[in-house]
Design a protein around this ligand. Structure first.
Ligand code: AMP
Ligand code: ZN
Length: 112
C-alpha cells in the first residue's frame, strides 16, 4: 500500500484527519465531500496513493474498475442507480488533491 505522508487523502484514509465514511473495504475508502456539489457527493479513493486517474488506470486497472462498482452501489442505494462520476485530472482541470479520487454526484436530478 503506497502512501504519501504529505497527502490529505492518505491522512484521511489513515484516520489522522476525520471524515464521514460511506464505504470501506481492503483497497478502497469512500467519504462525504466536505463541500458538496449535489445532494449526495461522495469521494471514492484507493487506499494506495496514485496522483491521478491516468496513473491508476495504467498501474492498476482493476482498482479503477472496482471504484466504478462502488460508485454504482452508492447510486443504487441513493438514486435508482444514476449518477455522475468525475475525475478532475490536473490543476487546470480543477484537481486540488493529487491522490486520485472519483467524485460521485447523485441523490437528485443533476443540472447538465
Ligand atoms: P478535486 O478538486 O477534484 O481535487 O477534489 C477535491 C475535493 O476534496 C473537493 O471537492 C473538496 O471539497 C474535497 N475535500 C477537501 N478537503 C476535504 C476533507 N477534509 N474532507 C472531505 N472532502 C474534502
Ligand atoms: Zn495520498
Amino acid at each position: 500500500m503506497s502512501k504519501d505522508n504529505d497527502c490529505l487523502f492518505c491522512k484521511i484514509i489513515a484516520g489522522d484527519i476525520p471524515s464521514e465514511k460511506v464505504y470501506e473495504d481492503d483497497t478502497t475508502y469512500a467519504f462525504k465531500d466536505i463541500n458538496p456539489k449535489a445532494k449526495v457527493h461522495v469521494l471514492i479513493v484507493p487506499k494506495s496513493h496514485y496522483p491521478n486517474v491516468a496513473a491508476l488506470a495504467s498501474q492498476d486497472a482493476g482498482q479503477l474498475a472496482h471504484m466504478v462498482g462502488v460508485a454504482q452501489s452508492i447510486a443504487d442505494r441513493e438514486f435508482h442507480g444514476e449518477y455522475r462520476l468525475v475525475f478532475n485530472t490536473g490543476k487546470d482541470a480543477g484537481q486540488t488533491v493529487f491522490h486520485v479520487h472519483a467524485h460521485v454526484l447523485t441523490g437528485e436530478v443533476l443540472d447538465e
